[in-house]
Design a protein around this ligand. Structure first.
Ligand code: EPZ
Length: 432
């Protein structure tokens, strides 16, 4: 457990208090700093398997998913330790190539280790991944890409059995720009002889950050963030110090919290370019937003108007990871809002919980129609997934009365001590 928990009580609170208790109605005011991005740290942790040396990741929050990935790396033979908020991973002695169901099933990012293990050790036996309950979440694109590059892959009894063999092709064209599949194939190709091209890759900022980390270790990756990524294999990657990018989804979540509560907040460690589409929607709802080099300031309006329509898309479109939070926002904006979820087939599971709070929401396959109301009410609700849980917190902040949210370990997967940041801004929220 990281050394910077000040007391045993802190550890107990973090690990065993499993509900949020919110007294709604406070406006948020003040300034907070964003943390490193969960979805940057997780693939980088997988990428550290490729490195014959010590990687130091700076300022890493204790996301529950990070703790799960650390267990996976340790099980493979890596030496992993926290020093303050810095995470040291030494993969020099990685020797095992198996990841059990017990280790793989808590997180989606376990599958991101398949490419690196294959590339480094030549063989892998990895159980199917888990992850948020927001759809089927197949891994066919991951396996297609590795097969295209010559790997023999069989799926049996809930495991993927894979073997690296001589190159079959120099290019992989993805049928869909899957974030995880792009990361898996890019990592596999780093130590794979010759040049590999990935067509139609994902372009998320977290892909660019993973490529930046790998190149700092000595990889030869060009074009991350564009329509074509070219990797020239190298013999070895060396240990580095690295600070992952800040979390654009955490930033978006807090911008929406500031908007919903009618407050005035400043978020530091934010990249305006990574949140442009959200900022346009919040301005349309009536918020005033000012952006500086790495700061975003938001001043909400008394009567928010509907932002109209949100359609989730791959980057740089509207991020699916802010979809749930936008549904919450819509519940208190004047007018009717339409939210289309185009990436995950069941990412509206949290809506039933919002309806318990008096929200006027109808869902039909991939669209959610929300009629804004002047008032919603506190209730006892259950987090259904990471971002769905965040949307319930946002609703609780503005609801009349008390809201308890259980199953909050799902929220802890991608937000570190979110209640502390919200309390700093004046929210009446505690972990009980
Ligand atoms: C990553 O998941 C993120 N997780 C998700 O964040 C994020 O929502 C998603 O990218 C999209 O941006 C991590 O980085 C750990 P995908 P990933 O592969 O890689 C289909 C959060 O809340 N697909 O881009 O799993 C898939 O079913 C989490 O932080 C296939 O069909 O996303 C989905 O419909 C949730 N076959 C779509 O592609 C595949 O082999 C996007 O999935 C892979 C994906």
């Amino acid at each position: 457990m990281p050394v910077f928990f000040s007391t045993l009580i802190d550890i107990f609170i973090y690990l065993y208090m499993d509900k949020f208790f919110i007294n709604g109605g406070n406006k948020l005011f003040g300034e907070i700093k964003m943390d490193c991005a969960k979805n940057a740290v997780l693939p980088i942790l997988a990428g550290s398997i490729l490195v014959e040396g010590v990687v130091c990741l700076k300022d890493v929050p204790i996301y529950k998913d990070v703790l799960s990935m650390i267990e996976i790396l340790k099980n493979l033979g890596a030496d992993v330790k926290w020093v303050g908020k810095n995470l040291y991973i030494d993969s020099f002695n990685i020797c095992k190539n198996e990841i059990s169901h017990q280790l793989a099933s808590p997180v989606r990012s376990s599958i991101f280790t398949l490419g690196p293990i294959l590339s480094r050790l030549g063989k892998a036996k990895v159980a199917y991944p888990g992850g948020c309950n927001i759809g089927l979440r197949p891994i066919d694109i991951h396996l297609f890409g590795l097969r295209e590059l010559g790997c023999n892959i069989n799926e049996k009894n809930g495991y993927i059995y894979a073997q690296k063999s001589k190159r079959k092709a120099n290019a992989v064209s993805l049928r869909f720009p899957s974030v995880g599949a792009t990361e898996n194939i890019m990592m596999f190709a780093c130590l794979f002889d010759g040049e590999t091209k990935i067509y139609n890759p994902a372009k998320e900022p977290e892909i660019v950050d993973l490529a930046k980390f790998l190149n700092k270790c000595g990889a030869k990756i060009k074009g991350a963030g564009s329509d074509l990524i070219v990797i020239n294999g190298v013999k070895k990657l060396n240990g580095v110090d690295y600070k992952p990018i800040y979390d654009r989804i955490e930033c978006g979540t807090f911008l929406i919290a500031g908007a919903m509560t009618g407050g005035e907040i400043v978020l530091k460690n934010c990249n305006y370019n990574h949140n442009q589409v959200l900022i346009e929607k919040l301005k349309k709802s009536g918020c005033k937003i000012f952006c500086d080099k790495n700061k975003i300031a938001l001043k909400s309006s008394k009567n928010l108007a509907s932002y109209g329509t949100v359609e989730t898309e791959v980057y740089p479109g509207f991020p699916t990871d802010l979809q749930s939070q936008m549904v919450s926002l819509a519940t208190i904006c004047k007018g009717t809002s339409f939210i289309f979820e185009n990436l995950f087939e069941s990412r509206f599971n949290f809506v039933g919980e919002l309806i318990k709070m008096g929200c006027d929401i109808k869902c039909k396959s991939s669209v959610c129609i929300v009629n804004g109301k002047n008032k919603i009410f506190g209730a006892d609700v259950v987090a259904t997934d990471l971002r769905g849980g965040a949307s319930l917190i946002l609703a609780g902040l503005v609801a009349e009365g008390y809201t308890t949210i259980s199953n909050i370990e799902l929220v802890d997967r991608g937000y570190f001590a979110i209640e502390n940041k919200l309390s700093t801004l004046g929210a009446d929220i505690k972990r009980i």
